[in-house]
Ligand binder design. Structure first.
Ligand code: 2IP
Ligand code: CA
Ligand code: CA
Length: 378
């Protein structure tokens, strides 16, 4: 398992490098800005540049993990489809090729005439990124890569990534929006049960180096496998009521009102599904509630594994409320990651349809479910 963890961390670091490169290297940043301002947008290719960055990052992670663990090939899924249509109307499958030159040529066929941009991206895709983290040598849990599958969200909170605001002050540790909520999420789940077992969250834009002003990232990981719970984070502080809850700005009014009455002044709003779960992981919030189906397996798998490693989890809100109303007093069902939703097509197959609650302390989960059970229509 340590080998798998190291490989996932290295892949997340390479992904973070590419995400930073797209904001730092002028030929790439120009394309991002064109997208943000709408200037020249979608003129060159039928997808936006943001999507190309996402697709490339996902393919780099898929390539690197598959190269190290052939048993994982065919079991690495992600948010993005890798098919692009270029200006000539040809369909190009974005992938990491055998050499940097071949990858540059392939990306060039999508990005034409932006040759420099294609070369910069190809070089980053082929760069070796090693993780020198001595702590990992002590991780001895072993799990066969052939027993797990992977979900990737190459960049979560893409809107914040594009807009790129750096001046949003955090409130009690939670940034309401901004570049810091753009994250790389890589989660592994057990193929047979669908339970999350390993998660990595990489924050490419954690902070600016005080002297060089260059971006410094950081990562967090967790393993919850067959009774072993390990994490890069310190154990959570004991629970203190009332729970501090973080929500999407798009959350339904009835849910907001119910939770506001539960947590008084402690209701917070933030961008990014992954970032809100990270806020719970880091202890800035006690729960993240989402009543709708606007997150997907790739949003939740990695944070969920880390939450499980810390003694918490992510429950399926709709199922939990149904069971509760039927008088079931058992442990609410956790989200799982191996079964598509019946009757759904496309990305919707992997939507967390009934919403979710992410938490560390079961007491906080219980308090949240109790008030939500009284919300009509939920
Ligand atoms: C999105 C992103 C959004 C989130 C949405 C996710 O993923 O995290 O910010 O909405 O649920 O699916 P909100 O910010 O309202 O929580 P992506 O950026 O990868 O599309
Ligand atoms: Ca996402
Ligand atoms: Ca994404």
């Amino acid at each position: 398992m340590a080998a798998l963890l190291k490989a996932v961390l290295s892949a997340s670091e390479k992904a973070a490098e590419i995400a930073r490169l797209c904001r730092d290297a002028e030929p790439l940043f120009r394309l991002l800005v064109a997208e943000k301002t709408g200037a020249d947008r979608n003129q060159r290719f039928s997808h936006d540049f943001k999507t190309l960055a996402d697709v490339l990052i996902q393919e780099v992670i898929r390539h690197d993990l598959g190269a190290k663990f052939p048993e994982l090939r065919g079991h690495i899924g992600g948010e993005e489809s890798n098919e692009f249509t270029n200006a000539n109307g040809d369909t190009v499958a974005v992938r990491v090729c055998g050499t940097v030159g071949e990858t540059a040529a392939l990306l060039g066929s999508v990005l034409h005439p932006e040759r420099e941009a294609a070369e910069l991206l190809a070089a980053a895709a082929h760069r070796d990124v090693a993780v020198g983290d001595a702590e990992l040598d002590g991780v001895t849990v072993s799990i066969a890569p052939g027993d797990v599958a992977v979900w990737i969200d190459p960049i979560d909170s893409t809107n914040e990534y594009i807009v790129g605001r750096e001046d949003v002050a955090p409130q009690d540790g939670i940034a309401p929006s901004g570049l810091c909520s753009a994250l790389v999420l890589i989660g592994a789940y057990e193929r047979s049960s669908g339970r999350p077992v390993l998660g990595v969250i990489n924050e490419p834009f954690h902070r600016r180096h005080p002297q060089t002003r260059g971006w410094q990232g950081r990562y967090h990981w967790g393993i919850a496998y067959q009774g072993t719970h390990l994490s890069s984070l310190s154990p959570p502080a004991p629970p203190r009521p009332p729970p501090r809850v973080v929500l999407s700005r798009a959350e339904a009014q009835g849910v907001r009102d119910a939770l506001a009455s539960l947590c008084g002044g402690h209701l917070r709003f933030a961008a990014g599904a992954g970032y809100k779960m990270l806020c719970v992981i880091l202890g800035h919030a006690d729960a993240y509630v989402l009543s709708g189906g606007s997150t997907f397996a790739w949003d939740a798998c990695a944070p969920h594994a880390i939450l499980c490693a810390l003694g918490g989890g992510v429950v399926a809100l709709g199922d939990a409320l149904r069971a509760r109303r039927e008088g079931d007093t058992g442990t609410p069902p956790q989200l799982t990651y191996n079964r598509p939703a019946e009757g759904a097509v496309g990305a919707e197959r992997w939507a967390n349809r009934g919403g979710l609650v992410a938490y560390v302390h079961p007491q906080h989960l219980e308090a949240v479910l109790e008030v939500l059970a009284a919300v009509p229509g939920l």
